[in-house]
Design a protein around this ligand. Structure first.
Ligand SMILES: Cc1cc2nc3c(=O)[nH]c(=O)nc-3n(C[C@H](O)[C@H](O)[C@H](O)COP(=O)(O)OP(=O)(O)OC[C@H]3O[C@@H](n4cnc5c(N)ncnc54)[C@H](O)[C@@H]3O)c2cc1C
Ligand code: SF4
Length: 328
């Protein structure tokens, strides 16, 4: 068992204190529930932090405000609290279903919304102990010079595997951010760069404070994933969908995928699929969008082409379920 390195533990009680602590301790990392970060630090993945800034003591980050029109979830709300909230389950089911599918009960009790959105990308050559990586060769993502998945690649394809991001994306979510230059908002899709190494677009010293959603009237949503161990596992593929239906026609449609690419992918081009019934033409066009935009490499023990195929199966299945069970 590897031990943790020495670091300062800072426990701010306000956002102002947290922003200042980020400036005072260069080389710090933000700590949510630590369910991913602490494992990685122990394994020597990433530079050892000088300080951990614990975000879970800041009261204003621990609230959920939810009604039929708007949802705001603070960054330090736990995954279990998101899964258990009855208003979220009723009006934003994709979010509740994604939260309930994350890891196992202990990770859900500790893990936070902010930590889940900012979850590091994963790869079988990266999520290993230091001795494993030194024996088998470090890689581009950290300490090495080549990618073991695509030998000639100059970029990393490590997979984004958070479950909440695609669910929030189909609902048009934004993230609220605070940093040394004040506050800003970003569409959730713009939080992710698409590069497996530097996977977030946050600037130096920035902190995610909340996820916010303005609900489109009539939009019904859901989330489905496949995983190796049903009781506790990352998605081999996870798909969220949101749709509106009038009579026999789909009038709005969004779909997003995790567990495949280096970022959660909100499919481009779904606006062209709306206006008609849920027929073969719709599904063939959906298949084409999926195969053009969902690219999974051999970053997990399950083959990339299997994950890609399963993403397509989940997309069809979930869309049909939402269409068939649609109610105003
Ligand atoms: C066995 C196991 C199974 C798992 N299965 C799943 C799964 O099925 N689905 C899934 O999505 N995850 C899974 N995880 C990963 C993890 O448990 C969850 O993603 C969890 O929600 C991470 O949240 P956290 O608060 O613990 O993050 P942490 O580990 O504390 O942090 C993760 C990252 O987010 C950053 N961060 C934290 N808060 C903020 C903030 N406010 N602003 C900016 N950056 C921030 C940290 O600096 C760090 O880089 C699993 C983990 C384990 C150990
Ligand atoms: S995709 Fe390549 S560079 Fe990225 S973590 Fe895996 S082996 Fe390393």
């Amino acid at each position: 068992m590897e031990s943790l390195p020495d670091f300062d533990l800072i426990r701010p009680r306000t956002l102002d204190e947290a922003v200042k602590a980020r400036q005072k301790f260069p080389g710090n990392r933000l700590l949510g529930g630590g369910t991913d970060l602490l494992v990685n630090i122990r394994r020597g993945i990433g530079d050892a932090p000088t300080a951990l800034i614990d975000m879970t003591n800041i009261a204003e980050l621990k609230t959920i405000k939810a009604d039929a029109k708007k949802l705001k979830i603070g960054a330090s709300v736990t995954i279990q609290e998101v899964a258990d909230d009855s208003t979220i389950a009723h009006h934003y089911p994709a979010i509740a279903e994604a939260a309930a599918s994350i890891a196992g009960p202990t990770q859900r009790a500790m893990g936070t919304l902010g930590g889940n959105l900012c979850l590091d990308t994963r790869c079988i050559y990266y999520n290993q102990s230091d001795w494993w990586r030194s024996a088998n060769g470090f890689c581009l993502k950290y300490q090495g010079e080549k990618c073991h998945i695509a030998l000639k690649s100059k970029t990393c394809f490590a997979t984004y595997s958070g479950d909440l991001a695609p669910a929030a994306m189909v609902l048009g979510a934004e993230v609220e951010i605070i940093g040394p230059n004040g506050q800003r908002r970003l569409t959730l899709t713009d939080l992710y760069s698409g590069d497996g190494q530097n996977y977030l677009t946050l600037e130096e010293g920035e902190i995610i404070t909340a996820l916010s959603i303005k609900k489109e009237p009539g939009l019904r949503s859901g989330y489905e994933k496949i995983r190796t161990r049903q009781s506790i596992d990352y998605p081999l593929a996870g798909v969220a969908a949101g749709l509106c239906r009038e009579g026999n026609k789909i009038t709005d449609f969004h779909i997003a995928v995790t567990g495949t690419n280096p970022k959660p992918v909100l499919l481009d081009g779904t606006a062209h699929l709306v206006g008609g019934p849920l027929d073969d033409e719709f599904f063939n066009a959906l298949d084409k969008l999926m195969s053009a935009q969902i690219k999974s490499m051999k970053t997990t023990l399950a083959p990339g082409n299997y994950r890609r195929k399963m993403a397509g199966v989940l997309a069809r299945r979930l869309t049909k379920k939402l269409f068939d069970n649609y109610c105003q």
